[in-house]
Write a protein that binds this ligand. Sequence first.
Ligand code: SIN
Length: 287
Amino acid sequence: MINVRPTGAVLGAEILGVDLSQDLDDVTFHKIVDLWHEHEVVFFRDQKLTPAQHVAFSRRFGELELHVRKDCCRPGYHELFVVSNIVVDGKPIGSQDAGLFWHSDLCYLKVPSRGSLFYALEVPHDANGKALGDTRFASSTAAYNALPEATRRKIDGRKAVQSYKSGYYRERNAGPRKTLTPEQEARTPDVEHPIVRTHPANGKKCLFVNEGYTARIAGMDGAEGDALLSELIAHSTRPEFIYQHSWCAGDFLLWDNCLVQHQAIPDYKLPLRRHMERTTLTGTAPF
Ligand code: SIN
């Protein structure tokens, strides 16, 4: 029997009474999808999933993306993007610096991702037992709803340029990333998407710009465009739109890449280990 416990923030809910390693019946699965669309982020505690079960549950939602950084995926599972600071035999097991800037997964593709399913395998803790490496989620619907009327008028019908390269090469504490291969570059040309997206399932309006990958407002060059983009980015992550998830090993969390954007908090380092794995759902063209 499914129970739901909203987080108390403007988004996010825990779903209780579901074991995701089992083959879920359609009624339970559709209930989870409805709750996800309603709460934008949902999570399940105490899950015990093999990589194959993580992928199998994700496939119930549809096609999965194969990340452009194949070297960051779990060996044998190109569908599982690994986010971790762990290094084995001198080689990082995944992306060590993913998600430090606010972003929505794969927003830089012509068809961005519908959502991501993130599983916590190892979570770092401080000396007092407090979990580190939280993830913040900001509701893009709450951000859209709170936009001043004058700003809504300015962005009406406009698009923004989403750029994988500008996000990939951003300055990070971990130092510069490897240069993208010509093949990776070819897979990630800059794209334009509406600044205000409509969620394909529930029709909610979402503000679709982010700090990580939104390079500029299309057709609005110079200071005017820069000022508008800065205003939208600052607005979209105001504290009242945010739920901050404190991880426990075994947490399995779904975020919707249209309804929310997210950011990882890098407040830990080795020997404290963090190991998370993500599947990323194929989406539909924004409108
Ligand atoms: C991501 O953006 O996929 C990573 C988020 C996190 O590590 O908390």
